[in-house]
Design a protein around this ligand. Structure first.
Ligand SMILES: C[S@@+](CC[C@H](N)C(=O)[O-])C[C@H]1O[C@@H](n2cnc3c(N)ncnc32)[C@H](O)[C@@H]1O
Length: 345
């Protein structure tokens, strides 16, 4: 979904889109991730050392994933915007109240604790500008040739983000994936915009709006020139090159007349982006917006916006060999040391 100015994300916008995001997401990917996690690595009570949610906002990704990730979850929800992070605990408590399952959310401590049927965990928020040049730490276990990255990753973590990859630059994403690979982290990136949008009924101006929005998406959102609609393809190429085993699936928004507020906000965002890029489009664009607003009022508009989700498992590492002290005293010690897996069970 097109996002315009990274600094401007409002809690209202994130609230408006949360249901459409949850409907759109490819639920088979977290399911496949958990299946792989259960059969290949880590204690079932704590499959991932940590779960890092990058660009967490008010916590929509946590609310979507927590019921799917089993027990012992430890979340770090990272965002540069303290106002959004401040809303995460209460938004999560309100979500728990509305949910069909009995979910408990404890707000009294510095860490948010949550529990539902068969899953539980805790979360803490962390204000951090992920685009900043490296602070004093680089990732633990990063290889000497890895580019610097402003985040410490615990070995065997899950690194996740929703609606973030289209905002970041190629260099930033490449550094993230390199560090994740070094630390044996699994990846789950949801809702990366892929450049497609379809409005029904169609109008002749739709394509011109889509082209300008996609161009606007490539502008700098704080991380350098943004990947915009190229984010899904770029992420897939990068994880493949890093040796990850990966799957992706479409997660298109389908927004119907029952969500007029979201439709309005989306059309307004597209108009703003188009005008910013091409002020000469004002006359026909405002006419287009008026026609679309009328269709929203009369319940006649359907909007589809293309997204893709990606799940990736770190390259398999050789199994740690059992120590047979005394039987093979010191055979080929260097080779054994080199084979020692980083994330062995
Ligand atoms: C489209 S919102 C998605 C929020 C949340 N993941 C969701 O799905 O509702 C993008 C988020 O990235 C955060 N963000 C943008 N630039 C950032 C940066 N440089 N460092 C940390 N967070 C950033 C924004 O504050 C915003 O919360």
């Amino acid at each position: 979904m097109p996002e315009f100015k990274a600094a401007d994300f409002s809690a209202d916008w994130l609230r408006l889109r949360e249901a459409a995001d949850a409907r759109a997401r490819a639920s088979q990917l977290p399911d496949a991730l958990m299946l792989a996690a259960a059969s290949t690595w880590h204690d079932p009570e704590r499959r991932f050392t940590e779960i890092l949610d990058l660009g967490a906002g008010t916590g929509a990704n946590l609310r979507y994933l927590a019921p799917r990730l089993g027990s012992g979850q430890r979340w770090r929800c990272i965002d540069q915007n303290p106002r959004l992070l401040a809303q995460l605990p209460h938004a999560t408590a309100a979500w728990a109240d509305r949910h069909d399952d009995p979910i408990q959310v404890e707000l009294a401590t510095a860490r948010l604790r949550f529990a539902g049927p068969g899953w539980n965990g805790q979360a803490q928020t962390e204000q951090r500008d992920l685009a900043l040049a490296p602070i004093s730490t680089t990732a633990q276990h990063s290889s000497p040739q890895s580019p610097p990255f402003p985040l410490t990753l615990a070995v065997g973590s899950l690194v996740t983000a929703s609606a973030l990859l289209d905002l970041v630059s190629e260099a930033w994403l490449s550094a993230l994936i390199s560090h994740c690979q070094s630390a044996g982290c699994a990846l789950l990136f949801a809702l990366s915009y892929d450049g497609r949008s379809t409005l029904t009924p169609a109008r002749p101006e739709d394509q011109a709006v889509n082209e300008r929005v996609n161009q606007h998406q490539r502008g700098d959102k704080g991380f350098g020139p943004a990947l915009g609609p190229t984010a899904p393809d770029a992420a897939e190429s990068m994880v493949a090159a890093a040796g990850y085993r990966w799957r992706s699936a479409k997660s298109d928004w389908r927004i119907g007349p029952d969500e007029p507020e979201l439709q309005q906000a989306l059309i307004a965002g597209w108009v703003e982006a188009t005008l910013e890029l091409d002020p000469s489009a004002r006359a026909w664009l405002l006419e287009w917006q008026r026609a679309r607003q009328m269709q929203i009022k009369t319940g006649k508009l359907q909007i589809q916006v293309g997204h893709r989700d990606l799940m990736a498992l770190p390259p398999e590492r050789a199994k740690k060999r059992p120590q047979r002290r005394g039987v093979y005293p010191s055979r080929r010690p260097k080779r054994l040391a080199a084979q020692k897996p980083l994330n062995s069970d």
